[in-house]
Design a protein. Structure first.
Length: 278
């Protein structure tokens, strides 16, 4: 029989006792961490995405409200301006040409400017070029001015010295003025303004075609490139179309050029003040 000293047992047993709880604690502490870490990460990820989508939804809602507010404010501003002034430049907002009741465009082969047997320009533009909108510029006096593309040849030409164009307006309007624009002599390819319109008459119609109401007879002076003509026979009725009949030009026997025509009027019946004289 072998005798083991008591002291050796005591020194060995504490080591065993201390090792076993330590191993148990390590296993117990690692197992929960290993199981719960993915769940915690997934929860944080889901909460992060939810927060991000919530912020995005709030941002989009704010932007939509801002756009709606600006749209309503712009509409109210337009209504206020329309109520006070009621003036529109109608040719820049939905006016169209009634081709059936408009003179034919000058022949393409003939509508050319020649100099030393070199063809310089083709005048064969469609009639709706006279409605072409332009950009606003600065006149140097703090006011804007309507400036369409007024390059030589960018006009509608019809054969001879008399013709007509019928303009359908975007809606029925109480007409007040008509503006005619032509290029200046300094940029004319021929060096003259003989293709500019001279005498013309304006008619109003409730629709096109329809009964024609005489609104005035005028003469365009080409030295003044932009001229506004107040209607001589203003009517207390709205018109949906305007006919401009040109009876002469400034000397060209082959064709007449019409660059820009703008119709002015009010969608509401203009108020009349007897005390105001114009």
């Amino acid at each position: 029989m072998t005798f083991v000293p008591r002291g050796n047992q005591q020194s060995r047993n504490p080591c065993r006792v201390t090792e076993e709880p330590t191993a148990g604690r390590n296993d117990g502490s690692l197992l929960p961490a290993h199981v719960n870490t993915p769940a915690v990460s997934l929860t944080h990820s889901v909460l992060g995405y939810v927060s991000w989508f919530t912020c995005l939804a709030c941002f989009l809602r704010t932007q939509a409200q801002q756009v709606l507010f600006n749209t309503c404010r712009f509409k109210l501003l337009c209504q206020k301006l329309m109520g006070k002034a009621g003036v529109l430049i109608l040719c820049a907002f939905g006016a169209t040409i009634d081709f059936e009741h408009t003179s034919a465009t000058y022949n393409r082969d003939k509508a050319r400017s020649n100099w030393n047997w070199i063809r310089l320009w083709n005048y064969a533009q469609p009639p709706d070029v006279i409605l072409e909108a332009g950009a606003a510029g600065d006149t140097g006096k703090g006011r804007g001015v309507f400036r369409p593309n007024m390059t030589p040849g960018n006009c509608w030409a019809f054969e001879g010295d008399h013709g007509q164009v019928t303009i359908r307006l975007a809606q029925k309007v109480y007409l007040s003025n008509l503006t005619v624009q032509h290029i200046p002599k300094t940029i004319s390819l021929s060096g003259s303004l003989d293709t500019a319109p001279k005498d013309f008459v304006i008619y109003g119609m409730e629709s096109s075609p329809g009964e024609e109401v005489f609104l005035g007879a005028f003469q365009f002076q080409p030295e003044n490139t932009i001229q506004m003509f107040p209607l001589q026979n203003q009517q207390l009725r709205a018109f949906g179309a305007v006919k401009v009949k040109i009876s002469s030009n400034w000397g060209n026997p082959h064709f007449t050029c019409l660059y820009r025509v703008r119709v002015h009027g009010s969608v509401a019946l203009p108020t009349q003040n007897p005390a105001v004289q114009e």
